[in-house]
Design a protein around this ligand. Sequence first.
Ligand SMILES: [Zn+2]
Length: 302
Amino acid sequence: MAVPLPLAVFLAALLGSAPDFALAANPLSVVTSNTVLADLVANVGGDKVRVRSLAPAGTDPHTFQPTPDSIRTLSQARVAFFNGSGLEEWWDKTIHSVKKPDVPVIELSKGLATIRMPGHSPDGQSHAEGQDPHVWLDPNLVKAYVDKIRDALSQADGANSGFYADRAKTYQVKLDELDAWIRTEVEKIPIARRKIVTFHDAFQYFAHRYGLAVKGFVVVSPGKEPSAKALAELTRRIKEERIPAVFAEADFNAKLLEVLAKDAGVKVVTNLYDGSLSSGPPADTYINMLRHNVTQTVNALR
Ligand SMILES: [Zn+2]
């Protein structure tokens, strides 16, 4: 018996053999470099987009290694978003290997990455880029990411531009609420204790927005190990400046920071998120990630 085509499609969907990512004109196929950006796109695009992240949850966006599957996914995108400002060391090479000049590729941090990375990590290693790419950890700046996402989706899919505009506005209101909530939380920390030392130097934009001082970090970028001398110097500074706690991300091996905290006799928090969401709680969306980070930070500092 021949099954009518619409039913066949329906059955295929039911059985989980979704049509090829590329073949779906609607929803719009969108690819992002990491899961944080995928969540932002999903908030703007709703059911009109199908978004996929190249780096999966729990993967460091600096040093992710694209697979043949990443290339295939990217080759099917109708719009691609990356953070840029030097975050994704693998991005340019990956995009060039796909060679689709008609697909818009949007650098979301462009024009927003105003903080300079320190010229060197504590052990004097130079950093390839002078810009600090971790712009998205300031939700107020993420509102500008959302504008860019709305514009790019509207450009690629003009029929739904009103839909994207409405959703972008709704999400930006949530970001304003998040921003206000973070301010009231940070106010619970005595002013003299509003200072942090982090494992990797990712929290400058966040700290700048909410009046925290970043007093040091272990590595300028993941994968660059500091010297014993640099660590001893950082330990001395933590004691001298009376830093209440040191912070690391769940996705990195933060052994060094734990040793450092023990030597300095301070609290250590090892479950923050920045460049990747978690696949379940506590950081499964951008907003949940910031709420989680802030709760951890305020509890350790107050
Ligand atoms: Zn980073």
